[in-house]
Design a protein around this ligand. Sequence first.
Ligand code: PLP
Length: 408
Amino acid sequence: MNAFLNELSDGKKMVDKVFKAAVAANEAKAIYGDKVVDATLGTLFDEDGTFVALDSVWEPYESIDKIQKAKYASSIQGNPDFNQAIYDWLFGDLDVEIKCEIIATPGGAGAVSSTMKNVLNPLETVIKPNLGWGPYKTMASEANITLTDYNMFSGNVFDIRDFKKTLTEVMKKQGKVLAIINDPCHNPSGYTLKSDEWDNILAFINELSKKGPVVILHDIAYVDYNHEVNGWKKHFKKYNDLAENVMIVIAFSCSKTLTAYGARVGAQVVITKNNEQLENFKNAAIYSARSIWSTVNNSVMKLFSTIINDDKLREKYMIEKQFYIDLLNDRASIFVNEAKEVGLSIYPHTEGFFVTIKVDELEKEVLNKKLQDNNIFTVEVDGGLRVAICSVPKRKLKGLAARIKNII
Ligand SMILES: Cc1ncc(COP(=O)(O)O)c(C=O)c1O
């Protein structure tokens, strides 16, 4: 052996498909300008192509004191006013209390990766949707755990049968389950589970938990862009009816919620009836935080609580954000309706930042290259090509489905 890296790290190389596709799109834009359709980036862009940084978020940021910006956070677990604001933002409209622990993390990514690391032993298996956010794989690999998939869709609905089958098999094998559900506005399909689909999932995991601990990592990165807006959050009430051997870890992110992607602020919101396990999880999460990233961005934690706690600022923010929810809806309608008209096959879509075209896994790379040759840039995901409608103006979405259908 002649390597400086250890055996697990030697050979690690990050190939981020989103950034790779974005680089190709930028190169094309330098030559072909506005002819290029760049549907690669999962961040919001306006109709004129400018990056959206909400005024209602970034104006109040200016009034935050420089000392607050310079200082460390007041607690590794997260500033108490931030943690309280997260609670109020997620559960404030419910007519019940949710018993939970909240730990600040660097974005949703910090929440997801820390959960994987602390829940599973090395070489155990995390369960994720077959159509899903790419970094779940790298995070699992980084924690030296393996992955298996549940099939996301059966026709136009959630494939509950395969979900049950996969979780049951893993429970049999390792006596414990950690499964990821990304909802609402699933990345990359834009599907939102229906209330009865969630009921079926929760009834099943309650049952499964008789055989061993069940942890559901509920990734809500896009929660604030669903059609029901805060109304969707009534879903969380269902988490009060879970069995003692079930834990929910909600991965919350300020990246999309505040258009604060670079600020790296999010949280783990941990819910279980088992008080001892809740305490143990919190302690482990704080320990991991201190040993990996230490504390979370102080000024943006402050920004979040400032906006949530001030009626006027919150109202302004809600109105500005609603404009983009409506815009996303308009964009999706154009692409999804035209896809239907021309027979372009897409995964079930409800709302959110993305729509994904179904393509054969073996042909995916070639088809994507063909699109690129025609100045259309999408991102290859498992089982499809992701169109980030969050970053494409309506005028470029009109006729796009027909163009793609012709090319592929
Ligand atoms: C499905 C999903 N989960 C989590 C995240 C986490 O994002 P961040 O770490 O920026 O909060 C993202 C961001 O793209 C995402 O798409």
